[in-house]
Design a protein around this ligand. Structure first.
Ligand code: M1P
Length: 257
């Protein structure tokens, strides 16, 4: 039995979505077609997003002029669910720095900044480390790269594996920290306590006893930041190529009847 929170939904299922390249193109806004399809879907089932980004960035992508993302979805999970809302109301949270501790964090962040300083890549910009509530995001090019610089870095990284080499070093050097290093987007990777991947958000939905929990994501391969929740026994995983593919699957699986 689900609680009365979703009594108006005829189907007692929850459908969760990754954001970048699943609901929207990377760091872009959702298309009107996607917004409309999600509204239709929400009449049948409960829906939620679970992104690695912080809420500010996800809101830029999923807010519309009339509705905030945290109101348009039943569950809004930023930073893998470390920032969480149910029906527009905040849920309890934990923090990365409390888990790691100031002293250990200082050792790691100094190592990261030195490593970045020694990188020889075509261009570097600014904001190489973004400290968030539930994770730290590290970007070798810097987070304030322009859109074009992002695409160029992603292409360069696909060949030169800058991020892969970086996380390999970090995994070895800080193997006793209990942390996961996950490459999720185009220009960066995330560092969070092991277990605080996207499966973290599932603890916030347990009380609803949904008959099924579906998850749609594009980085579902081993090492991708959708992998754990995609392959978790509590979810039915769907691997998508892009937002258009998500729309096709939603129509086929939920909206055709
Ligand atoms: O797709 C999720 C990722 O989105 C951003 O990655 P990037 O800026 O590298 O494209 C980041 O917010 C990252 O934390 C997140 O996992």
């Amino acid at each position: 039995m689900t609680s009365s929170a979703f009594a108006d939904r005829p189907v007692k299922k929850l459908v969760l979505f990754d954001v970048d390249e699943t609901l929207t193109h990377a760091r872009r806004q959702a298309s009107p077609e996607m917004i409309e399809t999600l509204q239709q879907l929400r009449k049948k089932v409960a829906i939620g997003f679970v992104g690695g980004s912080d809420l500010v960035k996800i809101s830029e992508q999923l807010d519309t002029p009339s509705t905030r993302a945290i109101d348009a979805f039943d569950y809004a999970f930023a930073e893998n669910g470390l920032t969480a809302f149910k029906l527009g109301k905040p849920l309890p949270t934990q923090s990365f720095i409390k888990y790691v501790g100031e002293e250990r964090y200082k050792v790691m962040v100094k190592f990261i900044l030195r490593y970045i300083a020694d990188l020889d890549i075509p261009i570097q910009r600014g904001t190489f480390v973004e400290f968030r509530n539930g994770m730290v995001n590290v970007s070798p090019i810097g987070r304030n790269a322009t859109m074009q610089e992002r695409y160029d870095f992603a292409a360069y990284d696909a060949v030169h594996k800058v991020r892969e080499a970086f996380v390999k070093v970090l995994r070895e050097k800080f193997s006793d920290y209990g942390l996961t290093f996950a490459i999720g987007g185009q220009i960066s990777f995330d560092i969070f306590p092991t277990g605080w991947d996207k499966t973290y958000c599932l603890r916030h939905v347990e009380d609803e006893n949904f008959e099924e929990i579906h998850f749609f994501g594009d980085k579902t391969h081993q090492g991708g930041n959708d992998h754990e929740i995609f392959s978790d026994p509590r979810t039915i995983g769907h691997s998508v190529r892009n937002p258009q593919h998500t729309l096709e699957l939603l129509r086929e699986l939920f909206l055709s009847a």
